[in-house]
Design a protein around this ligand. Structure first.
Ligand code: PEP
Ligand code: MN
Length: 347
C-alpha cells in the first residue's frame, strides 16, 4: 500500500502516524520528495482498513498495490486449485457439468431428472430445497424434505448433490451435502460465509447480482480465511441496463477470475439468461472462455416447473447439448471426468 502525505506535514505528525502503523505491525518506508512525502507500507496490509488511513488528517491519497485477498490470490498460489467433491475433482484441468432442476419438487421428479442427466454425462446433481424467491407468496422450496429427496436421488444414482444454503441456522441440515451453494443474494452474508469457513464441505460461491469481481473474491476470502479452502466460484450473470435477458452473462469474468485467482470457475448460463434457448450458446462461450464447469437447470416439465421453468432445458435438450459441450471442453484441453459409478444395487 502506498500513502501520499499532504504538503507541510510536521515531523511530529509523521512520527505519530508511523508509530500508529507500527502498532499494527506495519513498517513504513519513507521517501521525502521536494513537495510531497510518500510512505510505502510493508506488512500485512490486507488487514488494514484503507478508509481509516484515508481519513487521517495528514493523508492526501492512499493506493493499494496488492489485492486485499490473499488465500484466493493466484500470486500466492500460482497453480490451479483442484477441489475434491465427493471423489470428483473440480478445477485443475477437469471439466464438469452440474445439472438438475431449479427446485426439488417430488421424489419422482428429482430422481427421474438425476437418472437422465447422469446418463447424458452430468457428474453432479443440483436441486434447490431452500429457495430465495423475490415474492414471499411464491414457492419457497421443500426445505428439509427437499434435502431428503436429494439424498434419495444420490443413493439411486451415485451423483454428489449441490444445493443452496440460505441461513446459518440450517447448517446442521447440510452436514452431508456434497457441495453447498451460496446463492447470489447471500454472496455478502458475511456471518454465513464465516460459518462456512468452519466446515470442510466444498462451497459453490455465486457472484452477487451487482457485485464486482473483487467483491466475489473477498467473499471467497471470508470462507478461506476461516479454514475452508474448498471454494468454487460461479458467475451467474449480473444486473445491467439490458432487459431482454434476465441478467447479463459476464463472460469476461472467467479469464479475469482465472488470472486473479487459482480457484475453479463455473458458469451458470440458466440464471444468466433466463431463457432456455440461450443456454447452449452461453455454455459454449463459457467453455471457450476457460470455465472449469457449468451449472445448468434441467426440468422434466419446464412449463409446470415450480420455479425457473422458462430457463430450464428438458432432458432431451440436455442430451443434445452435452456432446457439443464435451467437444468444446476437449478442444480447450480439459479432462472430462465420468460420473461416479452407480451404487451397487443399481449397477
Ligand atoms: C439457483 O441456483 O436456483 C439460484 C437461485 O441461483 P442464484 O443465486 O444465482 O440466483
Ligand atoms: Mn433457479
Amino acid at each position: 500500500m502506498v500513502v501520499i502525505l499532504k504538503e507541510n506535514v510536521s515531523q511530529n505528525q509523521l512520527d505519530t502516524f508511523v508509530g500508529w502503523l507500527h502498532d499494527q505491525d506495519i513498517n513504513a518506508k519513507i521517501t521525502h520528495g521536494v513537495h510531497t512525502t510518500i510512505l510505502g507500507l510493508v506488512g500485512d496490509t490486507a488487514s488494514l482498513d484503507i478508509d481509516i488511513i484515508r481519513s487521517v488528517s495528514i493523508v492526501e491519497e492512499v493506493m493499494r498495490v496488492q489485492e486485499p485477498y490473499k488465500k484466493a490470490n493466484r500470486k500466492f498460489h500460482p497453480l490451479d486449485s483442484a477441489i475434491n467433491v465427493a471423489g470428483l475433482t473440480i478445477g485443475g484441468g477437469t471439466f464438469h457439468v452440474i445439472a438438475g432442476p431449479c427446485s426439488v419438487e417430488s421424489e419422482g421428479q428429482i430422481t427421474g431428472i438425476a437418472r437422465r442427466v447422469r446418463a447424458a454425462g452430468a457428474t453432479l446433481l443440483r436441486g434447490g430445497a431452500f429457495k430465495p424467491r423475490t415474492s414471499p407468496y411464491a414457492f419457497q422450496g421443500m426445505r428439509a424434505q427437499g434435502l431428503e429427496l436429494l439424498r434419495e436421488a444420490r443413493a439411486a444414482t451415485g451423483m454428489p448433490i449441490v444445493t443452496e444454503i440460505m441461513s446459518v441456522a440450517h447448517l446442521d441440515l447440510f452436514e452431508d451435502v456434497d457441495l453447498i451453494q451460496v446463492g447470489a443474494r447471500n454472496m455478502q452474508n458475511f456471518e454465513l460465509l464465516k460459518e462456512l469457513g468452519h466446515v470442510q464441505t466444498p462451497i459453490l460461491l455465486k457472484r452477487g447480482l451487482a457485485n464486482t469481481i473483487e467483491e466475489l473474491l473477498m467473499s471467497a476470502e471470508y470462507i478461506m480465511a476461516g479454514g475452508n479452502e474448498n471454494v468454487i466460484l460461479c458467475e451467474r450473470g449480473v444486473r445491467t441496463f439490458e432487459t431482454s435477458t434476465r441478467n447479463t452473462l459476464d463472460v469476461s469474468a472467467v479469464p479475469m477470475l482465472k488470472k486473479l485467482s487459482h480457484l475453479p470457475v463455473v458458469i451458470d448460463p440458466s440464471h444468466a439468461s433466463g431463457l432456455s434457448w440461450m443456454v447452449e450458446p452461453l455454455s459454449l462461450a463459457a467453455v471457450a472462455a476457460g470455465a472449469d464447469g457449468l451449472i445448468i437447470e434441467v426440468h422434466n416439465d419446464p412449463e409446470h416447473a415450480l420455479s425457473d421453468g422458462p430457463q430450464s432445458l428438458t432432458p432431451d435438450q440436455f442430451d443434445t447439448l452435452m456432446p457439443r459441450l464435451r467437444a468444446m471442453a476437449e478442444f480447450m484441453g480439459k479432462r472430462l471426468e465420468a460420473p461416479l459409478p452407480l451404487p451397487e444395487k443399481d449397477a
